[in-house]
Every structure is written in structure tokens, then in C-alpha cells.
Design a protein around this ligand. Structure first.
Ligand code: SIN
Length: 489
């Protein structure tokens, strides 16, 4: 079956790179807006929303440090990277500071003895790295960062006191995420599947890595002081035990820490794939119309049949299918024989007053809308409708469920699929509206070490092209050319 389909990896369209200007051009006001002043205000005041932090009270605009705690090979880097991706996706400017990377910039790794208690040189080196990472964290906040994740063992109270003293002095907030693993199989898997690729172990055999890393863990274990609410009564933390089998939470405060907890409680590390497709070509696609609730075109119906056959041939265990409540996604999934759920939050972006119009009609009637979307498609909200940021926000429960579940096929819409891929592939917000997601294409996402691999499977059923490329401004072309010329020189 697969030889009928063309496979490739996801690519953004060329010319999408150099775009980071801010927007202050508003569209011509559509007439209807004069009638609804409250909605008008909502529309215009939220056109430009650089960060969700703006929606939290002043008190909550305090920078937050999330510090990992735990022995080596407990998935701290995996958790840090995933959490960072999620927080950025929901709009918080978040960055990971990995202490191992600071160490590698200062010295070449020899062996586990670096981490041995009493190795004064090793201790001084690691302390220096911790100081520099904290300094960089402060710089990150000074330059607009909102959340910093310190990916390190932070396994002694002494080290945690050092972090706390900076947090207290600067008035930041601090939340610990401790990863505890008592399952030797998970630890072994982490060493043999992840640590073998660490830059510390270039040109080492798996046996050599396992031997050295096990001793490294041993050195840390001799000094490890897990978080303890009696010994550190004021700290806020979550303990994740055996990759999410159980959790313990202590004194968390505020909506940001609550969202972090909600997210971490849904993570699991079991192998699975997630599948996505847009609905088959619809009647509205044929006339280049947006919104509405049209049926599939004859070619769209053909795709629905081919999709069901293809999915059946894949024999995916326990597959579930989720669609939006729009007819075109329901019809696309109707022949797939497995449990199905309808999610309203998977509906396409609400195009407000443009619902049912063709792009040409929108351009004629509301030229300002097109202009404003070209300037900042992620933040531009359709009058009485949504922008990409709204879609991202309403998709959060879908992401949580996708993180919790095993194999799922999501049949959805162009903007929705872009937002979902934006999360899984860690694509910056401004690029999300330009991710190329053609019709009659099946996307397979499989987890890799610290992210996802995506494959396209293009079905040989003709369909219209709905992609609207980004307008590349002269300035950005010049920037790109300057970069190329600089590189050549
Ligand atoms: C490392 O140097 O690899 C990690 C340092 C630490 O977090 O203890």
C-alpha cells in the first residue's frame, strides 16, 4: 500500500525565515463593528498579543525558575525540553539552561571520576557552571524571558540553597520538578538509548558508556538529598515517580505552576505514534471559500475511502479517531473502523465576518484584513472570529489528551493542524500559520529522543492547493542576501 504514496519529511516553505517585525497596522473597520462596541474593543485590543503573560496579573508577571532535581538518567532533560516546548507553545518565553552543556564548554569529559565526592577540581568546575547558568538565567529574564528551566541534578540541598538565594534576592518564583525512578529497566533504557549519544561519550562503545555512566550515577547517589517537605518546608515542588506512575505535589502556587503540574501529570514515555490528516477536499475548498460547514467534494470522498483502507492496512493497535464537529472531518473519517470522538475544539479557526466568503471576496470587501494578516498572521484576529493564538489556546486540552493517550488519528482542519504540529515540532509561533499542510496527506509523528519525527504520506488523489504563502518583504530578502554574502565572505 505504501508504495502508492509519496513519503517525505516536513519542510517549511522557502522564504519563511526572516520575519520578526511587529505590527501596528489595523484593517479597515468592517461596518458591522460599529454596531458592537464591546466586541470591537475586544477585537482591536487583542490583535497583537506577544505573550500570554500579559493576561496574568502584575503579581504573576514575576519570572519563574523551574529547577529540575534528580539523579542522572532520570529523564530530566526529556522533561525539561518537553516542558519548554509546551510553555513556548502556550505563549510563555521559556528557555532551558542545561548544566552539562556549560560543563562541556569548559572542559573535555574524561570519565566518571569528575563527579566523585572529594574531587575538588570537579566540584569547583560544576559549581562554576551552576553560577554561570544562574547568571544567564537572570540575563534571560532581563531580556524579556519569562520562564527559565534549569536542567541539572540539583541533587544537594547546598545547590538548591544557592538557587534559592538568587531567587530571593531577585524576587523570582521557584518551582522544583524532581524525577525519581526506581525501575532499573527505565534507567537502563535511558542509558543505552539516550546517554550513548551524549557528547561526553563520542566514540565509546555501549558497554563503555553503561559502565562509566553507572559509576557516575553512583557518585551522585552518595550525595543525593531528595526534596523533603520537612527539610525544605517553603519550597514548591512536584515529584514525578517512575515516569508519571505517581506524583507528589507540595505547596505549588499560582496559575503558571498549576499549568506546569497539569502538563507534567499527563506525560508518559510509552512508545506510540500520533497521526494527523486534514479533511478531504471540500465543496468550499473548490470555490476557495473559508469557514462554513460544507460536505466533501467527489475527490474528498475518494480520499475518505482511500484513507480508511490505508489506516486498516496499518493495523495500528488501539487506534482512536478524533474529528471536529464539522461535516467535512466527520465524512472523512466515516469509513474508518475504530472508536471515534468528536471534539468541538478541533473545529477550524473561526473566520468571523468572513465566514463563507472566498479569499477574493475578503480581499475586495475588507482589504485591511488581508493586509493585517500578511503582517502578523499568528496574532491577527478575524473580526468577530479568532486568530491562531486563540486556536492554540483552545487546543490545549487536545494536547493534554494526546500526551496521555496511546495511538490517535486526528482528522482536522488546516489552521488547527498547523497549531498541533507547531507544538509537536517546536515551531515558533510566527511560523505556525505557514506550515505546509496540504490536503489528501497523512502525517505520522513518531517520538525520537528529545522530539518528534514527522513523515508525510501524500495520497495520489488530486485536490486543490489551499496554501497561502507568506509575503516576503524586500527588507527580509535583503537580510537573507546579506547573511548569504557574509557566509560566502
Ligand atoms: C553535568 O555536568 O553533566 C551535570 C551537572 C549536574 O547537573 O550536576
Amino acid at each position: 500500500m505504501t508504495d502508492l504514496h509519496q513519503e517525505s519529511s516536513l519542510v517549511l516553505r522557502p522564504g519563511d525565515k526572516y520575519r520578526s517585525f511587529s505590527v501596528n497596522i489595523l484593517p479597515e473597520e468592517p461596518e458591522e463593528l460599529h454596531l458592537h462596541d464591546v466586541r470591537k474593543e475586544r477585537h482591536f485590543s487583542l490583535i497583537h498579543r506577544p505573550s500570554v503573560m500579559e493576561y496574568y496579573s502584575d503579581y504573576l508577571q514575576t519570572p519563574q525558575i523551574v529547577a529540575m532535581v534528580g539523579l542522572p538518567a532520570r529523564g530530566k532533560t526529556y522533561i525539561s525540553k518537553k516542558l519548554c516546548r509546551y510553555l513556548n507553545w502556550i505563549g510563555f518565553r521559556t528557555k532551558v539552561f542545561n548544566l552539562g552543556e556549560y560543563r562541556r564548554m569548559k572542559s573535555t569529559y574524561e570519565d566518571h571520576s569528575l563527579f566523585k565526592k572529594g574531587n575538588l577540581e570537579g566540584e569547583a568546575l560544576r559549581e562554576q557552571c551552576a553560577i554561570e547558568a544562574l547568571e544567564d538565567t537572570c540575563l534571560w529574564f532581563e531580556n524579556g524571558g519569562e520562564i527559565a528551566i534549569i536542567d541539572a541534578t540539583n541533587s544537594t540541598r547546598e545547590r538548591r540553597e544557592m538557587i534559592k538565594s538568587v531567587v530571593d534576592e531577585k524576587g523570582y518564583k521557584l518551582f522544583y520538578v524532581e524525577s525519581i525512578c526506581t525501575d532499573p529497566e527505565i534507567i537502563k533504557k535511558n542509558i543505552t538509548e539516550v546517554k550513548v549519544f551524549s557528547p561526553d561519550y563520542k566514540e565509546k562503545t555501549t558497554e563503555e558508556v553503561v559502565k562509566d555512566f553507572t559509576q557516575r550515577i553512583q557518585h551522585y547517589a552518595e550525595q543525593y538529598m531528595p526534596l523533603d517537605e520537612k527539610e525544605e518546608p517553603d519550597v514548591s515542588f512536584i515529584k514525578l515517580i517512575n515516569a508519571g506512575e505517581s506524583v507528589e505535589i507540595h505547596k505549588h502556587e499560582g496559575p503558571i505552576q498549576s499549568r506546569i503540574i497539569y502538563y507534567l501529570m499527563n506525560l508518559h514515555i510509552l512508545p506510540r505514534n500520533i497521526y494527523f490528516t486534514r479533511h478531504g477536499e471540500s465543496e468550499f475548498n473548490l470555490s476557495d471559500r473559508v469557514g462554513g460547514d460544507s460536505e466533501l467534494s467527489p475527490r474528498g470522498k475518494e480520499y475518505a475511502l482511500a484513507l480508511a483502507k490505508f489506516v486498516a492496512g496499518m493495523n495500528i493497535p488501539d487506534l482512536r479517531v478524533w474529528t471536529s464537529v464539522k461535516q467535512r472531518t466527520i465524512s472523512t473519517a466515516e469509513h474508518i473502523a475504530c472508536p471515534q470522538e468528536r471534539w468541538k475544539v478541533l473545529n477550524e479557526i473561526d473566520v468571523g465576518i468572513c465566514d463563507g466568503m472566498s479569499y477574493e471576496e475578503v480581499a475586495m470587501k475588507y482589504p485591511g484584513i488581508r493586509k493585517a494578516r500578511e503582517m502578523d498572521k499568528f496574532h491577527y484576529r478575524y473580526p468577530h472570529g479568532e486568530n491562531y493564538q486563540d486556536v492554540t489556546e483552545r487546543l490545549e486540552p487536545v494536547i493534554m489528551e494526546l500526551e496521555r493517550q496511546s495511538n490517535v488519528l486526528v482528522v482536522c482542519h488546516e489552521a488547527v493542524l498547523r497549531c498541533l504540529l507547531g507544538y509537536f515540532l517546536d515551531i515558533p509561533q510566527r511560523e505556525i500559520p505557514y506550515i505546509y499542510v496540504p490536503l489528501h496527506t497523512f502525517f505520522r509523528l513518531s517520538p525520537i529522543t528529545y522530539g518528534c519525527k514527522v513523515q508525510h504520506i501524500k495520497f495520489p488523489i488530486p485536490c486543490v492547493e489551499t496554501f497561502v504563502p507568506k509575503v516576503v518583504f524586500i527588507l527580509y530578502i535583503i537580510t537573507a542576501m546579506t547573511l548569504v554574502v557574509t557566509q560566502i565572505l
